[in-house]
Design a protein around this ligand. Sequence first.
Ligand code: ADP
Ligand code: ZN
Length: 602
Amino acid sequence: MSINAALEQLKNVFGYAEFRHAQQEIVDTLIGGEDCLVLMPTGGGKSLCYQIPALVRDGTAIVVSPLIALMQDQVEALQQLGVDVGFLNSTQDHEQRWQITNQLTGGELKLLYLSPERLLMPDTLELLSQVNISLFAIDEAHCVSQWGHDFRKEYQQLDCLPEIFPNVPRVALTATADQRVRKEISTQLQLENAKHFVHSFDRPNITYHVVDANDARKQLWQFLSTQHPEDAGIVYCLSRNRTEQIADFLNDKGRTALVYHAGMSDEMRNANQRRFLLEDGIVMVATIAFGMGIDKPDVRFVAHMNLPKNLEAYYQETGRAGRDGLPATAWMAYSLKDVMTLNSFVEDSDAGQQHKQLMLHKLRTMLGWCELTTCRRIALLRYFDETMDAQCGNCDNCLSPPAVIDSTENARRALSCVYRTGQRFGVSYLIEVLRGSTTDTRVKQNSHDQLDLFGSGQTISAREWRNLFRQLIAAGYLVMDEEGHGGLRMDESCRPVLRGEVEILQRLQRKTERTKKGGSKTKTLIDQSDQPLFEALRGLRTRLAKEAGIPPYVVFPDTTLIALATHKPTEYQSLTSISGIGQTKQERYGDAFINVIRQFVE
Ligand code: ADP
Ligand code: ZN
């Protein structure tokens, strides 16, 4: 009986015909009054897992959400669907809070969103004890973990909920793929006995693409102008300065680029974030301060201008692309310089020695992933303890396998050079010696121009040497010194290489990236002949969104526009067969969209 009720809500409110993945089982479990822990990648459809039970069960569901912006977006989206929902947070005045409180005690709300801080206030707990609570949903549950990037100490205090509200089912949800963090969530939130739902963390609609930074800005432009000329996306940079430079560069090229970093005022940051959500096709150039709480489903690319510090961070950041399931790209330009910068960040941090070692290890794993010549998705998933049988066919290495050459001899020469110069110099110096250059005056001072191997690698370009060194570092044969000056020393493990017992295959850099003009990725999903209709529907969506002061995707996501442009329903009643159109949206926007479609069909 309850599952029918759930399906009915799915159809009537959200406009979807069926549940995805484990959604149905999760919904079932919660409706039945049991706890769950839900691990699903971004875009997997976590929100429905608690929103449907909230609608089906009696009472009000309490949703704990870490960020005010996130909370407001979700509430806005639910209101558009005609759901009775509210939030309590510090942005509200006394009057607004009083109103919500009244609705809550009057049993008028199906969902109430709260920050953990507010939930834990004695007043709030007192208030909640007077109402019928249908369930607790703890969103972004990885915030409970001290190991994650988003640690929030109040999350740990949420373990009081089962004691205070013993018969209310709880669900914790997260997109984190990190095993250690998952374990911590389970113990900290007392969910060991809950049903655990672990979905595959693969994001099949994201294409992974990694390039060796040569002129990263130019490479970025090449990527954007050919693959995403009109799409919205995020460009991550390591420093605030760099975000400003890249944004200027993109604006000069005619794109609308905004910046976001911790050095800006709150107002500026919020204004830029709001524009990113409300307008189409904006490029946000940001430090990693930007991202959490970005629920925008149509982010079509995430570009990294530097190597991220580890694979966990990389996966989380790139995961912000393509939440709507439509094609998206994770692009990265990285260089040896990034490795040195990140290395010195670690060395300069106040972390303990053991923690530093762990961070350096993770950095090297990240670098190693960039150097791969095989399927990137297989390696990514393996890192998160998932196996994938076949190559993905949707990463650069699958799409155009890189050429490799035998560089065993050169690798030995590079290692010898490190040894002969005393294991204290950085890559640039070592390349000078190998290429027989004395531009660096220290070469002569140290008499390294007298070495046998001085100038023995002249036929190889500095860039190729640099790539080879990077690969040797990634493989762990060479280690950066602890002072953070980029000096290299040899690791024990390089002995077999020196003895010529290990073959070193070097990945050749692709000469030019594919230059095919791709246009907007979304557009390629629509028949050429339906493009004008799609554009007209998009125009209408923009206008309606502006009038209502909400993001366009809250009116309808791209998937719904694509379905409308493809199926071209001309009758009001047939709108309900389109994915993403529930009753309220049909009433609110149905006529307007039907009118546009009719004009095209006639
Ligand atoms: P998450 O929170 O896991 O990142 P969301 O809950 O935001 O993901 O869902 C991602 C997108 O998928 C949303 O646009 C949502 O409406 C859509 N979606 C979720 N469940 C379904 C379903 N059963 N059928 C169709 N679309 C769905
Ligand atoms: Zn692949």
